[in-house]
Design a protein around this ligand. Structure first.
Ligand code: ZN
Length: 257
């Protein structure tokens, strides 16, 4: 197992997909590389806008062009190209633009995404059960686990354990593990990272040091302390061997009398 964070990103990634290497980057300059006039969208030589994927919604924000301001309403990766769907007058290919993501929304998504990984880590540590699916919006999310049965007080117990781990202020490291190492890592095997196509090498890994490690494309905070408090707001059976846990992330001042 390599030292966390010691493996560099693949060539070019840090210059093109800024969100993958620095989740705190909010502004960037870029050149327009493609314009889809029918689809109302643009591709840029580099971007800090996260494209929807892995249960995390895309960023929103603005792109300043020589002709004015575009509002970014959605971002999607298609066959390797990241397309920004925009409202406003489309620029020409070659135009120099400045992008800015909606940081309030992004930071809430980072806190929520990290909270869901803490939930994964707790369920694995306490019950030995791997996650099978999930989704999130800013400040709320859900994960599914193949629990055979779920007791009434499991939700309360899980909530207590999530907040306990958050308070430990676990460091969160983005690593790029060579496949030859990743494919023998027990934490990555149990989250099925070994099923990701072999041509994806290295694997981007989010390591909540000491709690949870999984292959992941999303954006995360630097410490679990930054998440805030988490409340378990629902536990539901979605059929035999599939139980859903819903959480909400609270701001520090919320939920305290
Ligand atoms: Zn994730």
């Amino acid at each position: 197992m390599g030292v966390p964070g010691n493996n560099p990103p693949p060539p070019g990634l840090a210059e093109t997909e800024l969100f993958a290497v620095d989740a705190y980057r909010t502004e960037f300059d870029a050149t327009v590389t493609e314009v889809d006039r029918e689809g109302g969208r643009v591709a840029l030589a580099r971007t800090a806008f996260y494209p929807v994927g892995g249960g995390q919604p895309s960023d929103t924000g603005t792109i300043q062009t020589p002709a004015g301001t575009l509002t970014v309403t959605g971002v999607r990766r298609e066959r390797g190209t990241i397309w920004h769907t925009v409202e406003g007058d489309l620029p020409d290919v070659g135009a120099e633009v400045q992008g800015e993501i909606d940081w309030d929304r992004r930071h809430r998504l980072m806190r929520t995404h990290t909270a869901l990984h803490v939930l994964c880590g707790v369920i694995w540590a306490d019950h030995g059960i791997p996650v099978t699916g999930g989704n999130m919006e800013p400040m709320k999310g859900r994960l599914d686990f193949p629990f055979p049965a779920m007791s009434a007080d499991l939700g309360a117990q899980v909530e207590r354990r999530i907040n306990e781990e958050i308070e430990k202020a676990h460091e969160i490291v983005v690593d790029f593990l060579p496949r030859i190492i990743a494919d023998t890592d027990p934490a990555l095997i149990r989250t099925s990272a070994n099923l990701i196509p072999q041509e994806i090498d290295p694997l981007r890994v989010i390591d909540i040091v000491g709690l949870d490690r999984q292959a992941d494309g999303g954006t995360h905070v630097l410490s679990t302390a930054e998440v805030g408090r988490v409340r378990v707001v629902g536990t539901e059976s979605k059929g035999k061997d599939n139980k859903r846990i819903r959480i909400e992330v609270l701001d520090e001042t919320e939920g305290t009398p």
